[in-house]
Design a protein around this ligand. Structure first.
Ligand code: 5RP
Length: 236
């Protein structure tokens, strides 16, 4: 007998399934990364299989690429697709203006490139991801390995002048070693607790040498599909 889904998985699945309704025949799609996005890829594959829906998917990580191929979704690179109709992806936090923190799965760089090369970005999330103010979830920042300790110092210095509560910056690890992103970079997690001005923070971080991209998605997402533990879905 299949294991019963937890309320959190029920919520993620419900949001993912609803978001796949937005997909139309012939679309070029950005395929997000994470457990919610994985549900979306499964639901999309079901429509491809059962309805003969024709789509091209641009995955935002090697994990998503493997899953999409395994389930029979045609996969192309962003350079082949050039521009996408829609990206569907998860998030670690979203606020009332649909600003996001992403990168919990270390895929923020490709996720941001793909989302900003799309006409539209839909975020799928369980209701617990909604926050009044971003920042409780540590903000991931992708940095070049060369001189990362200096980059971290520059980030810590920049945080002093900004409207944030915490200032601890940690290197994300995989076991003993630094975790490597798909682009072979490192992730620094910024434990800020509260981010007063997300746009200002995003701009400041991206001006620091060694920073490749940060996990704040500002003015990129236009729709959030929220799943609840009882299977209900709200589209905003
Ligand atoms: C990966 C991401 C994910 O979308 C985010 O971490 C949400 O993951 P999940 O759906 O597993 O909660 O940004 O880099």
């Amino acid at each position: 007998m299949p294991a019963e889904r937890s309320p959190i998985d029920t919520a993620k699945f419900a949001a993912a399934r609803r978001a796949v309704d937005f997909v139309q025949d012939g679309m070029k799609l950005g395929l997000g990364t994470g457990s919610t996005a994985a549900w979306m890829v499964r639901c999309l594959a079901e429509r491809v299989r059962e309805e003969g829906l024709r789509v091209q998917g641009v995955p935002t990580s090697s994990r998503t690429a493997d899953l999409a191929r395994e389930l029979g979704i045609p996969v192309v690179t962003l350079d082949e697709a050039r521009w996408l109709d829609l990206t569907i992806d998860g998030a670690d936090e979203f606020d009332s203006e649909f600003n996001l923190i992403k990168g919990g799965g270390a895929a923020l760089l490709q996720e941001k490139i793909v989302a900003t090369a799309s006409d539209r970005m839909i975020v799928i999330a369980d209701a617990a991801k909604e926050v009044a103010q971003l920042g409780a979830f540590p903000l991931p920042v992708e940095v070049i390995p060369f001189g990362w300790q200096s980059t971290r110092m520059l980030i810590e210095e920049a945080l002093i002048g900004l409207d944030v509560l915490g200032r601890e910056v940690t290197l994300r690890r995989s076991g003993e070693a630094p975790l490597l992103t798909d682009e072979k970079n490192y992730i620094l997690d910024l434990h800020l607790t509260r981010i007063g001005h997300p746009r200002q923070l995003a701009l400041t971080l991206n001006q620091i040498a060694g920073v490749v991209e940060n996990g704040l998605f500002i003015d990129i997402c236009d729709t959030v599909v929220v799943g609840h533990g009882d299977g209900r879905v709200t589209v905003r």
